[in-house]
Design a protein around this ligand. Structure first.
Ligand SMILES: C[S@@+](CC[C@H](N)C(=O)[O-])C[C@H]1O[C@@H](n2cnc3c(N)ncnc32)[C@H](O)[C@@H]1O
Length: 309
């Protein structure tokens, strides 16, 4: 099947990689047909439902580049990519063409169609049938300030999801600097078993409170330092973490080297975010990818996608 991804616009490279690493996580063969701006078209036989997990994507569509033969009611919606607005005239034209291809047998239902034909309009028109609409408002509702236990250091849920997807977690996820659980909440909601460690008792309690609030049950959160990570957790599938900077670093020596050695020993794959560039290969990791994440004008973070074996 050819899948058309309507990616979110804030970091297109990162949103593309998120899709690709999810395919890699499930060992699926894929062929990139087109990757241009917010459009990504991929041919693959993966069960598309897995893409419900994406953080930086609006919609996943079945790409329709030939005749559009439908069963059931339909509605056409057009999204102009540059201007972020619809186009009623074009919607009508495409709907008429689809009716023609279906011998004028289709019923329109603009409210609740069985087939939503979604058209992305840039220099070219891309047409697909909606398979998944990612409810990004839900991500907004889970932002740090809306959780029972709040700390400003927590990442936006959409980025937490992206890190998890880059870490290729399918069953288990560890965050050895779990803080308030921003990454673990999203992991838990994706159906992963989540493991967390934090040196601060109040963070551990807050993290548990937050996980409970979102109905996540399959978790294990410990209080302790990353120096002893391997005494709490072993053989974990994937780690995704946002390491502490400045004041929140509770380590005397080189926190990074020691923390990364422990992550290397504990997990098979990892996605690590930090505030500077770092040579992970000296620890033994295989470097799969790097990406910059611009948080705001004066803050850029570096994302590393790593393999530990
Ligand atoms: C950037 S915050 C993590 C944010 C987290 N991802 C969230 O969503 O809340 C870093 C966390 O690392 C913890 N920390 C600092 N030094 C540590 C250490 N040596 N071992 C474990 N945790 C530590 C801090 O208490 C803080 O909660």
């Amino acid at each position: 099947m050819k899948l058309l991804f309507y990616l979110s616009g804030e970091n297109i490279d990162l949103s593309r990689k998120e899709v690709i690493y999810l395919l890699k996580a499930f060992d699926k063969k894929y062929k990139i047909i087109e990757a241009k701006d917010q459009i990504l078209i991929i041919e693959t036989d993966i069960d598309f439902k897995v893409f419900k997990r994406l953080g930086l994507c609006h919609k996943v569509l079945e790409y329709m580049d030939e005749e559009i033969i439908l069963d059931g009611t339909f509605a056409v919606r057009v999204q102009n990519l540059g201007e972020k607005k619809g186009n009623k005239e074009l919607e009508k034209k495409i709907a008429d063409e689809i009716q023609k291809q279906n011998d004028f047998s289709l019923k329109t239902d603009l409210e609740n169609p069985q087939n939503e034909i979604y058209c992305l309009c840039s220099e070219k028109l891309y047409i697909g049938k909606t398979l998944i609409t990612i409810n990004r408002k839900e991500y907004e509702k889970r932002k740090p300030q809306f959780r029972p236990y709040f700390h400003p250091s927590s990442l936006h849920p959409k980025y937490a999801r992206t890190l998890i997807n880059l870490s290729q977690a399918k069953k288990e996820l560890l965050d050895p600097f779990c803080g308030t659980g921003g990454i673990l909440i999203e992991g838990g909601l994706m159906g992963l078993k989540v493991f967390g460690l934090d040196i601060e008792k109040k963070m551990v309690e807050g993290c548990k409170k937050n996980l409970d609030f979102y109905g996540i049950k399959d978790y294990s959160i410990k209080e302790g330092s990353v120096e002893h990570l391997d005494s709490y957790f072993q053989n974990i599938e994937s780690t995704a973490t946002d390491v502490p900077y400045g004041k929140s670093t509770k380590l005397k020596k080189d926190i990074y080297e020691m923390a990364f050695e422990k992550i290397y020993e504990t997990s098979k794959k990892a996605c690590i975010v930090l505030n500077k560039e770092y040579d992970f290969e000296k620890i033994g990791f295989k470097l799969l990818d790097t990406e910059k994440l611009r948080m705001h004008r004066s803050l850029t973070r570096f994302i590393y996608v790593l393999q530990c074996e």
